[in-house]
Design a protein around this ligand. Structure first.
Ligand code: GLC
Ligand code: CA
Length: 561
């Protein structure tokens, strides 16, 4: 890859903002656009190039904004369209781009389209959604919702079921209908015309449903077939995305990342093809599923630690297979995942700082575009102080409703342990700015209970400590901007079977980087071949102990070849 061939989004680092939980400006307990605007200088200080905003559109919030009732209006809880335009302008003034969430696999059941669609079988909008007759008085097929329970809901008005791969309030749009596609493309173009810089496309791999909507295999202990397996990367998906490319994405130099549940390498090579025919990159899920429960009926609900060689094998596959033909996105966290320091590192006080930095280094020296989820840069942890009465997330609530109460697969206490390990609300507790009232997020009552460790983990403390996780991220981001080898170097895994150390090289034409990361909580000894002329580029300890790797030690050597 030559210098000219590098695209801006390949050198960029994205900072993800979950608007509900970032900064409240009017003290109603809910984060908002004005709040985000007031924190742009913070994002700038970190050095991120792009902000991805989780949905800010009008929504009844059954799934916190992922159920959109008007794609062209701002949710009044977050502010007005004027506030949005002002945020965009202020971000641009600082050289920060704004990427919007695009949620078009489904709308809200409160969207005008769905209200019309359900009103009668011959309504104009009937075919905007997926309606089917009951089969023997039951659901039209045996698919399950991603949030547990069936993927169909019966509607009395017309005596048919509609499909909802997510919550009941998220009916799936019918992408087979060309009018749906054109309507969505027109809407997207109006956002592009407003000057936004890209789209993060929600569950984009699920748009094309298989012909005939056939039943799928039901795993033991489960009630439903996996919709993910039945639907992802369906027969027309690449056609739809290519059509979107022609009708929208080619109209501006925007960045696109598809959230591609169940994507495999072959499909990723197409979604993220270097020829630019579809999207720039996808979020793959495989490395987030390595610590799933062995019982598929429980899915992600588990608290087993990750086996490091599995992670190495998986990420290495993505690094090597996409090299030169497509592009990776790199992430440990987002609003759907727990906090990475708690999941893959350690949030014990003695390891918190070093393990969070180690995870950051490990990811940021790989090839791809890194995403940092708000609070990750200060090492925010899982929220163990939240209990059943505190959770807001429909995924957590449905897990209890179906897996505990209906199916008796586990008891509520066990599920609570799993939720503290994997639940989405771990990521959604409000941003911790200060050690003051509600961590400086709001003076009202926060919409979701705060993580109670903000007295020590907060932005103020991070900015006042030159050894903080924040400044480590700041350096990593600067390296991505300054060193082309991070963008273009060949990736090479070392010692795949080592259960405690993840080490790899980035190999350039004239130089190499050796990236060494220990996951051990004690000192261990490993011998690497480090040339005499090597310099340490970044590390999470003050000095270099040679072959001894201290707990969670991470260091990057740079040397000429
Ligand atoms: C994506 C979103 C998630 C949402 C789901 C349904 O996975 O990231 O938050 O619940 O899609 O829209
Ligand atoms: Ca507010």
């Amino acid at each position: 890859m030559t210098e000219q061939a590098i695209k801006w989004w390949q050198k960029a680092v994205v900072y993800q903002v979950y608007p509900r939980s970032f900064q409240d400006s009017n003290n109603d307990g809910i984060g908002d656009l004005k709040g985000i605007e007031s924190r742009l200088d913070y994002v700038k200080k970190l050095g991120a190039d792009v902000i991805w905003l989780n949905p800010v559109y009008d929504s009844p919030n059954e799934d916190n904004g992922y159920d959109i009732s008007d794609y062209e209006a701002i949710n009044p809880e977050f502010g007005s369209m004027e506030d949005f335009e002002s945020l965009l302008e202020e971000a641009h003034a600082r050289g920060i781009k704004i990427v919007m969430d695009l949620v078009v696999n489904h709308s809200s059941s409160k969207h005008q389209w769905f209200i019309e669609s359900k009103s009668s079988k011959d309504n104009d909008k009937r075919d905007f959604y997926i309606w089917r007759d009951p089969v023997d008085g039951h659901e039209p097929n045996n698919w399950g919702s991603f949030f547990a329970g069936p993927a169909w809901k019966f509607d009395e008005t017309t005596g048919q079921y509609y499909m909802h791969l997510f919550a009941e309030g998220q009916p799936d749009l019918n992408w087979a209908n060309p009018e749906v596609r054109q309507t969505v493309f027109d809407m997207m173009n109006r956002w592009v015309d407003k000057g936004i810089d890209g789209f993060r496309m929600d569950v984009i791999s699920l748009l094309s449903k298989p012909d005939g909507l056939p039943d799928g295999p039901i795993p033991e202990d489960a009630h439903y077939a996996s919709s993910n397996d039945m639907v992802a990367n369906g027969p027309k998906i690449h056609d739809y995305i290519q059509e979107m490319r022609e009708k929208v994405l080619n109209n501006a130099d925007i960045m696109t990342v598809g959230e591609a549940s169940n994507v495999d390498i072959e499909n990723a090579k197409r979604y993220a093809a270097k020829d630019g025919s579809e999207l720039n990159m996808v979020f793959q899920f495989e490395h987030m599923e390595l610590d799933d429960n062995p019982n598929p009926a429980l899915g992600k609900w588990d608290n087993a630690p990750l086996y490091l060689p599995k992670l190495k094998k998986n990420l290495t596959k993505w690094q090597n297979e996409l090299a030169g033909v497509a592009w990776n996105s790199l992430y440990w966290e987002n609003h759907d995942q727990p906090r990475s320091v708690s999941r893959f590192g350690s949030d014990k006080p003695e390891f918190h700082n070093v393990s969070a930095k180690m995870l950051a280094t490990l990811l940021h020296f790989m090839q791809g575009t890194p995403y940092i989820y708000q609070g990750q840069e200060i090492g925010m942890t899982n929220a163990y102080n939240l209990g059943w009465d505190d959770f807001n997330d429909i995924d957590i609530k449905n897990a209890r409703r179906y897996l505990v109460e209906r199916d008796g697969l586990i008891d509520a206490d066990t599920l609570l342990d799993y939720v503290h390990y994997k639940g989405r609300d771990n990521a959604r507790t409000p941003m911790q700015w200060t050690d003051g009232e509600n961590a400086g997020f709001t003076t009202g009552t926060p919409w979701l209970k705060m993580n109670n460790n903000f007295d020590t983990i907060n932005v103020d403390a991070a900015l006042n400590d030159e050894n903080s996780i924040f400044y480590h991220y700041q350096k990593l981001i600067a390296f991505r901007h300054d060193l082309d080898i991070v963008t273009t170097g060949r990736y090479e895994l070392l010692d795949p079977e080592d259960e405690q150390v993840y080490a790899y090289k980035r190999v350039g034409e004239n130089e190499e980087l050796l990236v060494i990361n220990s996951f051990a909580e004690e000192s261990i000894v490993r011998e690497f071949d480090v040339p005499e002329n090597a310099e340490i580029l970044i590390s999470n300890y003050k000095d270099d102990a040679g072959h001894t790797l201290r707990p969670y030690e991470s260091k990057v050597y740079r040397y000429a070849k």
